[in-house]
Structures are given as structure tokens and as C-alpha cells.
Write a protein that binds this ligand. Sequence first.
Ligand SMILES: C[S@@+](CC[C@H](N)C(=O)[O-])C[C@H]1O[C@@H](n2cnc3c(N)ncnc32)[C@H](O)[C@@H]1O
Length: 423
Amino acid sequence: MVSYDAADLPATARIRYMGNKHAIAGEIAGLVSERTRGIPIVDVFCGLSSIASAIAPSKRPVWGNDVQAYAALAARCQTASAKGPLKSGDMARRLAPHYSRNLRALKARFEDELATEARALRGPGKKGYRAAHDTWTHAGNDPRVAAEVDSLRAAPDQFPARLCVLSYSWGYFGLKQSMSLDSIRFALDQAHREHELSRPQWEWGVLAMLQAASICAATSGHFAQYLRGRTETSYRRILRQRARDPWVEFLTACDELQPFGSREWRRLNRCYSTDALGLWPKLDTDGLADAIIYADPPYSRDQYSRFYHVLETLVRYDYPSVSGIGRYRADRFQTEFSVKSKVRTAFERLLAAISDRDFSLVLSYPSNGLFMKASPDYSLEEVLRDHFDRVELAMRARLSHSTLGARHGASSVPVEELVWIAD
Ligand SMILES: C[S@@+](CC[C@H](N)C(=O)[O-])C[C@H]1O[C@@H](n2cnc3c(N)ncnc32)[C@H](O)[C@@H]1O
């Protein structure tokens, strides 16, 4: 059994995942490489693909799946695309005319509001900022704006693109920043429609846009809520974040983002975006006869879809109805692995699907995960033994998991991550 201590997760990705597995991905890749060479590993909750990145040098194929569209997009780009993104100069040349056209239209409509924002950010202090914030109407607090979003949902290609402006301004992003993000997205879509960008180039562009959004957002690190300037620290942070320019960050991301591994390796890989509980017939149809399944399911009651809903919406760009202070999309995916009354059944279904196919399993789960709280009389190890002939606890690692903000007090807590191998 490998024992591993990693108090701090390295920030290798700009779009960061709560509790990601970067710190132990290499160890997990090592466990897998000792097993049957060449057969694919299927990472059914792939998140930001840290396992694929660690597996890449071994040339073993990795098939990724994540129910969230933004994670699946990142997986497609980084693990299964022939090339990396267009470099900034080339991207800027192709997008600039479309970007400027959308931006001009938005500036013309929101001229007065832009001036109000500029004044508020120049510094009447946090009271002035909050007063201006409270007068802003958006899709989450005003029926007229919500009705405009409804009509755009039915015809999302209407000009100018304005999802961020209508739904997230004076919140996660400033108004000016939202205009820029919408205009980047419009430019990507328009360039793709006019055959100036291939589909993979468009996908890398959307990933670079997510990077820009993550870097510019006024949040405490995820999208469950935005900073509202209640304290001097939060107000100062808002000012710093609002000074960032999404277009500049987007172009920087085009130069920074890179695919993992070799082109030959990426050609072997596949990506899916569906509920891990319903993935199996698709894998059968695609001829997956032998595989190692890597499962790193959600482990707490915190729904990932709540913490990353803005990224999800920026990928889908489908003008969802939004509500609540966090302006959450109404149709957020609710995973059964994060519902106390459902987590045990979810595990049973997942393990049955894997063992029915005679696949091997590598399972990562913290020792204080929701399953343990929901099922004190039937341990995870017992469930594994009921589905597999051989079960081995292969690794214990001390990790630091983000607690996702103030609701829980401390910003991170030490957890013990357990890694089982079963076949
Ligand atoms: C613990 S994270 C995985 C992190 C990943 N190993 C990494 O290193 O980035 C769990 C992931 O599962 C996804 N997810 C949650 N429920 C799911 C489900 N039912 N089916 C597929 N993916 C799901 C979440 O979107 C999230 O990205």
C-alpha cells in the first residue's frame, strides 16, 4: 500500500477544481501502469483530467467522461485533439472584426450603464459601489430582463450576443467585462460559422474563454457566489478583479493552453459527457471490451454544478433562466453521489455496471465521504467485496480538500483519500 502526504494541491490549472487529484494523479497512474498494459483506462468522473495528464507518458489510452459540459470540453481539447489552440496573434486576427462588431452594439445599448460602472469603480468607496450594484437589473431580479433572456433562449443566435451582460453583470463580472466575454463568444461562433475556425479551434477558443472568465471573476475561487463588497477586503478584491480585461486574458490563455501527451496518444482517446450511471450502454456500443475504470465521484453534499454553473453556461451559451443570489441556472444537474438518501444506491449501480462487464476498478474516495455518513452499517469496502472477487486498499493519501467557502468556516480541511483496486 502506498502512503502519500500532500498538504497543498499544486495549482497546475488556471480553471481550478475543488479537491482535484493533481497531487496524487502520478501515484494513481503508477498503480494503473502495473496492471494489464495497453487496455484503456476510463475516467468516468474526469473533471479536469488530472489522471489523463499523468497517464499520458505511458501511452495507455484514456477515455474521459464528465456530466458537466465544460469539463468534457476541457477533456476533448486536452486529451483527444490533434493540435493545440491557435496562437494569440492568429486567433486575434480571425476574431477581431466579429469581436468589435458585437462590442460596438453592446456599448451603444449600455452606454449610460457603462459610465455608471466606470464611476463606481473609480472609487466612491464600498458604499457607493454597493449602491450602484443594488440598482443594476439582471435576469435574476427583473422580469423584463428575464423575458428578454427567455426570448433569446428560443433563438440564441440573435445579435448581439449578450448572455453574460443580462445574467452575470455586476456580479461575477463587471458590465464591461461581461460585454467582452459575450463578444469573445460571438466572435468564436461567427468565425466558426464562416469557416474561419475549425471545430477543434473553436473548442480551444471556448476553453480559453473559460480560462479568461475564471481569471476575471470576482469570487472566492468558485462560482457558487460572487463577492458583493460587504467588507473592505472584498470590495478591494472586486476592484482588482474588475481591472482585468477578458480579451487580454483570453489571448494569453490561447498561448498558455496545451494538449497533454503526444498526438498519437491523443488519437487513441475518447470523451463523453453523460451521467456515469448511464454511460455503460454507450461504451458497449463503442466496443469497449476490456478496461480499467477509474472512478473519483463527488464525495460530499456540495453539488459541483452549483460551484461551476457559470462555466457550464458559458460553454452551453443557451440563455438559461437564472435565479437566486448566485444566479444559478434552473436545470443544474443534481448528482446522486451528492444526495445522502441516494449515494448508496448510486454506488451499487456504478459497481454493478463495472463488475457485470468484468472490468477492473480503481476507486478514489475520502474516508469521510458522504457514502460513509449515509451508510454507517455497510462499509464501502463491503460493497466493493459484494461486487468484486478481489479488493485491495492500495493507497492512503493525506490531501487538503477545499471546503468551498465561508459556509464551512475554514477554506480547506485535511482529508484522507483512500484508493481501492477491485477486480
Ligand atoms: C471529484 S471530481 C473529479 C475530479 C477529477 N478526478 C480531477 O482530477 O479533476 C467529480 C467530477 O464528477 C462530475 N460528476 C458529478 N456527478 C457525475 C455523474 N453522475 N456522472 C458523471 N460525472 C459526474 C463532476 O462534474 C466533477 O467534475
